[in-house]
Design a protein around this ligand. Structure first.
Ligand code: TLP
Length: 344
């Protein structure tokens, strides 16, 4: 199977497995796992934040951050295409009593800050309290788009001016930094909190980091415990994460180049409409010109051995990642072309 459903399907490298086998561990709920502590120090330094906390998933990272920033009845300003809004099972509402206030995402993943200013509530007992602004970089549903440092700075200034905190869902922040050729901290140090994932393009088996001030991380630590995310000898996982940060960042540029090759190839297949032939990072979104053939198309591709994701509304997503080589891109293109011919 050629699996383009997500970069979450990546398997750990041999170096990760060796590091996991040899990891020095302790009870992380007591703060005594030396490998987790080392990973957290690395994460804080890379993001330009004071401290960091290892959590099992990006979803828990975002939720623990929201719980640490917000009280029940608070409002979170968030894009209408955000992962936090679409794909995290309503955790902020279910577990935090936090209400999302949706702002339209621009096609490149930004939020219009003037529009956001109009959405900030006045201090009035009728209203929820506007507390937090959340951004996403890279932006998954906006085509893997990249928010640039000047926008991040403007958003941070905006948040400060309006008494909001700024949270960044940076699940794929390393893809953004590699695409821009800059340090991750240039995209993260201005946020009040950042989550990033080790388990996507960086290929670690599991794990994400929350980064922020020491005071914020202390609150997030309590939230992690409430959510059942205290993992004891988690250094086994953190060891793979350290390898991911040390060895797997630069190669993301290959994933981006392969995504462009894939997008160019898909654009040449009659019956398919690619959203852009120059995808900014590792995601390629496309549609069928005839949406009536959707089911047949997906079934034919699966039968031929190519897997990809459906993003709703007739959109498909293919994600390039560690383990997908140029020949796999070309093979997938051949099989998708055959499948499209078959169903037309
Ligand atoms: N995204 C997954 C699916 O949930 C859609 C994927 O395949 O892309 N933030 C962003 C921007 C994400 O894309 C994801 C995962 C998460 C957070 C959540 O991370 P996990 O899966 O570790 O909870």
């Amino acid at each position: 199977m050629l699996d383009f459903r997500s970069d979450t399907v990546t398997l750990p490298t041999d170096a990760m497995r060796r590091a996991m086998a040899e990891a020095e561990v302790g009870d992380d709920v007591y703060g005594e796992d030396p490998t987790v502590n080392r990973l957290q120090e690395m994460a804080a330094e890379l993001t330009g934040q004071e401290a960091a906390l290892f959590v099992p998933t990006g979803t828990m990272g975002n939720l623990a951050s929201i719980l640490a920033h917000c009280q029940r009845g608070d409002e979170l300003l968030v894009g209408d295409q955000a992962h936090i809004f679409h794909y995290e099972a309503g955790g902020m509402a279910a577990l935090g009593g936090v209400q999302p206030r949706l702002l339209p995402n621009l096609p490149d993943g930004r939020l219009d800050l003037e529009g956001a200013a109009r959405a900030v509530r006045p201090d009035d007992a009728h209203h929820p309290r506007s507390r937090l602004l959340a951004l996403e970089n890279t932006h998954n549903r906006c085509g893997g788009s990249v928010l640039a440092p000047d926008y991040m700075l403007a958003a941070a200034e905006f948040a400060q001016e309006h008494g909001l905190k700024l949270h960044l869902d940076g699940a794929r922040i390393f893809n953004a930094a590699v695409a821009l050729g800059i340090a991750v901290s240039d995209l993260t140090r201005m946020a009040d909190s950042v989550t990033f994932c080790l388990s996507k393009g960086l290929a670690a088996p599991a794990g994400s980091l929350i980064c922020g001030s020491r005071e914020f991380i202390a609150k997030a630590h309590r939230a992690r415990k409430q959510l059942g995310g205290g993992m004891r000898q988690a250094g086994i996982l953190a060891a793979a994460g350290i390898v991911a940060l040390a060895e797997m960042v630069e190669r993301l540029a290959d994933d981006h180049a392969r995504a462009r090759r894939l997008a160019h190839g898909l654009a040449e297949i009659p019956g398919l409409a690619v959203e852009t032939t120059e995808p900014p990072t590792n995601m390629v979104y496309f549609r069928l010109v005839d949406p009536g053939r959707s089911e047949a198309f997906q079934a034919a591709c699966r039968q031929a051995g190519v897997l990809f994701g459906a993003a709703g509304g007739g959109r498909y997503r293919m994600v390039t990642h560690y383990g997908v080589e140029v020949e796999h891109i070309d093979g997938a293109l051949r099989l998708i072309r055959q499948s499209t011919d078959e169903i037309m």
